[in-house]
Design a protein around this ligand. Sequence first.
Ligand SMILES: Nc1ncnc2c1ncn2[C@@H]1O[C@H](COP(=O)(O)OP(=O)(O)OP(=O)(O)O)[C@@H](O)[C@H]1O
Length: 743
Amino acid sequence: MVMLRMASTEEEERSVGHTPRAKNDSLPDVKVTIGAGHDLDDLGVIEPLPEDKRITININSISARVPLLQQRASLLSRLNPRRIGSSTNKPTHRQVLFDVSGSVRPNEVLALMGPSGSGKTSLLSIMGARDQKQMQSEGTVTFNGQPLTKRLKRRVGYVLQDDLLYESLTVQETLYYAAMLRLPRHMSHEDKLRRIDLAVTALGLGQCKDTIIGGFFRKGISGGERKRVSIGVELLINPSVLMLDEPTSGLDSTTSMHVLTMLRHLASGGRSIVTTIHQPSSRLYQQLDKLLLLSQGHVMYYGAAQQAAEWFSRLGYSLPYGSSLADFILDLASADVSNPERDGEQSRLYLIDTAEAYLRRHPQDGFNMDRDSDSGAGGGATAGPGHISGSGSGSSSPTSISRSDGADIAATRGISGVTVSKLGAQGDIQVAGGSSGALQEEHRWGAPYLTQVSLLFRRSLRTRRFETMKGQDVMQFSAIALLAGLFWLQAGQDNTVLGARNTLGLLFFISMFASFRALFLALYTFPEEYKHMLKERASGMYRLSAFYAARTLSDVPSDFTLPTAFFLVVYMMGGLRYNAAAFFGMYGTMLLTMLVAQGLGLLLGVITMVPKTAQTLASVVMMSMVLTGGFFVTTLPSWLNWVQYLSFIYYALGISLYIQFSSTQLYSCTDPASGDSCAPASLPNPESNPNCFPVYDVQESLALPQNPASQGDAIRNAFVLLGFFIFLRVLVYVVLRRKTARL
Ligand SMILES: Nc1ncnc2c1ncn2[C@@H]1O[C@H](COP(=O)(O)OP(=O)(O)OP(=O)(O)O)[C@@H](O)[C@H]1O
């Protein structure tokens, strides 16, 4: 707990390293460098924004509630009304934001600060329309007066707290795919490449540009470099608004300073920047224009960042000499500061009450003394409610504030290294609709549709560069193919009924093995990609259908190579029909079956989005398909007969049987001594054996659920499989669309 003594404003400024500034300080036109002396002015992406691209964000009375984890009512309590009352009266939600208002204008850096759990990330996510489904929010956020439309979202860069990057891509590749997908189509390929180079240079990523991003299992670039790559991905599009969640967390002070300096510089080019920041040093704090301080979801201060000390001092909470302002206000928000009149919690509540009362009159502008003197309002318009001046400090109330544009704040900042001459020219705020016209003219998607598919396809292959053809997969397939080949060695050449039963097992095994693998691999596709997809779709990077097509197509080479080799070995060793048409017919059937199984896996994955749940469901579904596929269960009760028609393995087996047996004459042979059916070894030539008789009804003699001799049935089976394939793919797309409907 910090006990306060009163400090003068000058003391405060000295203690946080501020030099009291005259309002119109003219600052030297100093170039800003970031990392390894790179010059930010060299980065084409941060040239000043044209007037019509600038965006003012207004936050109007945002409140938010999150669900509380509750145990489901037991059956007993659901049946007993008296118990129901006791369980359902518990609150189900907790409010985490309370009526928060504010604004960010072009040229401004607004910092959201507060102790952990105070609601910074929640507020930022609501502002960027990235809030989670579970969160219920009220109030509005407008961008130049309009809600955040899909088109506007493409002008908003959003950097998440946990960088979401593909671990197997290099830094250069990450920026390349982002640039090619997001930059406007009228820009030439060379210009896009140049922009990537500039971003790499300006963000100091040159030395690691060919290193993979890496992750838990495979080490890649450092944490600070990851942050810079995440920022770089957003900078490439030259956004009008940049929102960042903890861009400096985990970075050393120098790198944090580089990041904040860069943000300040970006803002000075007409962008509106909002960033959450945890505990900035005094140097970092100086880069901020506006501060919105949250304490347990309530606004404790909103206004010019450099005047927060003044505000609190007037309320009786002066910055102790030698303390950092950022630490001090976080202590205030954490109820860790008391004064002779109030303990920590009382002080916190008092400061919140005072701020909320004041901000009801100035919801968008907040506290800024400079504007008073600007407008000549002085203390004339008494903005502060009576209880502010009545604070325990005995000091005067916070000066009343008149509205003026945010450029004044920027123009008075005096941040070392920022070319302030630019700020004055760009200070005007755009009115609603002014920029939307220009935004309408832009193409909705950066890259054309087919280019999106091609880029996403190539990226998808690269993201799995460490996965394809793993040694253990090759071993697994070789072992199973060899074992199956040996168990069914030349079984297909045996044309006795006994031999045909054996071959039936081989045909079934081929369909089943290929399907199982395809289905279980596909379960993970979308759950693993979900977060990336949400993030990239939220920034309008590509069409969902382009992603879907590319992602599923890119599975084909890796998922189908080994099964093809497996098929070749098993087909030859198993002695299935040596005929090109039969071979390719059987191969095509296996591929189609795999595609259907893959579709089913994708569907289960996308419905659940949780691999473990999808796996459980998949084993039940797949077992039912296998059991009713026509090999294990051959006679079903009539009322359950329809189940087999749902099994894609049933149709696959039907086609395979047609290919193998429709033009082969089978013989039923009996051993004269025992009267039993004979094994092929004992009767190598059934055609000339008097104990063998031709079989005319293969379906009956093999107890099959469908007729292998019927070409019509085989064609129907092929069409049904094709129908399954198309139906499942469409269904996956529809579910995926619903899951990402909020984007
Ligand atoms: N989806 C959710 N379900 C339940 N509680 C949530 C959810 N999202 C946020 N919260 C709660 O809301 C509060 C604010 O969370 P938020 O992440 O916005 O805080 P923060 O200020 O960003 O914290 P930090 O600095 O630690 O990141 C926390 O108490 C958090 O537990």
